[in-house]
Design a protein around this ligand. Structure first.
Ligand code: HMG
Ligand code: MG
Length: 299
């Protein structure tokens, strides 16, 4: 099994979309460029969703136009529908990320439609993206729990995976949106999904609400996962779960992977400085334990 783990940095999208303060284009661009210089191979740069729903992500076209795109670094953007796809294409995106949910009620809250309707909305988007030569990533939310429905069975997740695979998605990221999952369940789910999706096309996406994210990632690595989503400084939160924290912090993931002897290509010191810098810009605490240890151990 490969000893390289691809860390997908989602802070500039999943992180910032859940921060109360909207960052300027200049700061969003600086964050992305700094993350690229830290060696992150994939940085989700923003989203083309309704600005009424997510004002923090308005102006992602300007962000894409201004970043110093590094050769070899991927910059996917999240799109919910054809309208978003056309905007992303016009802005020069070469990778998109789609999203669906494993829970009906969450699907209604997040996308204003049922799971089946959301899949039908995504089919033409994936078709257009593939025809235009774009890579397509897809997220499934609430794979280990839903704020409205509670437990979610593996069958609901695999059913959505099958449809995403059928529409040609290159990668599927399994999202523990509210961070309620625990390692045994995470590992069981990955093993179940891997019977229909090649493990090399799977990623995991943990939020750290219950402090389980690193343990869950470790369990998923044992199950063969080699792509992990994370957010610098643990940026973000979840609007659907009171008190929920953001994605697992990239610095913490990078530190653990290094300790496991797994390569990521990440410069951890530079990443820690970037996490500390963006936390200051947002006037929020740095939610990475590794980041705080590396930057403030002598304060
Ligand atoms: P809707 O209201 O059902 O859509 O929203 P609509 O088609 O009726 O359009 C309503 C208005 O939105 C119209 O404007 C459209 O033009 C506009 P109006 O005519 O009223 O002026 N609109 C758009 N504007 C810009 N870009 C677009 C777009 N689409 C419609 N793409 C929709 C449906 C899905 C668009 C809406 O619900 C939406 O944008 N939701 C955003 C949801 C979102 O971004 N959620 C966060 C991402 S998912 C996530 O974070 C989870 C993840 O991290 C994994 C995990 O942790 O689980 C990925
Ligand atoms: Mg998320």
């Amino acid at each position: 099994m490969s000893d390289f783990v691809t860390v997908v940095e989602v802070g500039p999208r999943d992180g910032l979309q859940n921060e109360p303060q909207t960052l300027s284009t200049t700061l969003r661009v600086e964050l992305i460029d700094r993350l690229a210089l830290c060696g992150l191979p994939v940085i989700e740069a923003g989203s083309f969703v309704s600005p009424q729903w997510v004002p923090q992500m308005a102006g992602t076209d300007k962000v894409l136009a201004a970043i110093a795109a590094r050769p070899g670094t991927r910059y996917p953007v999240l799109v919910p529908n054809l309208q978003g796809f056309e905007l992303a294409l016009a802005a020069g995106a070469n990778e998109i990320a789609l999203f669906a949910a494993a829970s009906e009620r969450f699907s209604q809250q997040n996308t204003n439609c049922s799971i089946a309707e959301s899949i039908s909305r995504l089919v033409p988007v994936a078709e257009r993206a593939k025809a235009a030569g774009l890579r397509v990533r897809a997220y499934i939310s609430c794979v280990l729990g839903c704020p409205y429905e509670g437990n979610i069975g593996a069958g609901a997740v695999t059913a959505v995976c099958e449809q995403l695979l059928q529409m040609g998605c290159d990668e599927i990221s399994l999202g523990d949106t509210i961070g309620t999952g625990t390692p045994a369940d995470a590992s069981t789910l990955v093993r179940a999904v891997a019977t229909i999706v090649p493990i090399t096309q799977l990623a995991v996406h943990f939020h750290d609400t219950y402090g389980q994210a690193l343990a869950n990632i470790l369990a998923c690595l044992d199950a063969g996962i080699r792509t992990v989503d994370a957010s610098v400084a643990g940026l973000g939160g979840c609007p659907y779960a009171k008190g929920a924290s953001g994605n697992v912090a990239t610095e913490d993931v990078a530190y653990m992977l290094d300790g496991l002897g797994l390569d990521t290509g990440i410069d951890l010191q530079a990443l820690a400085r970037t996490g500390d810098w963006i936390s200051k810009q947002l006037q929020r605490p740095n939610n990475s334990k590794t980041g705080v240890a590396l930057c403030h151990i002598n304060d």
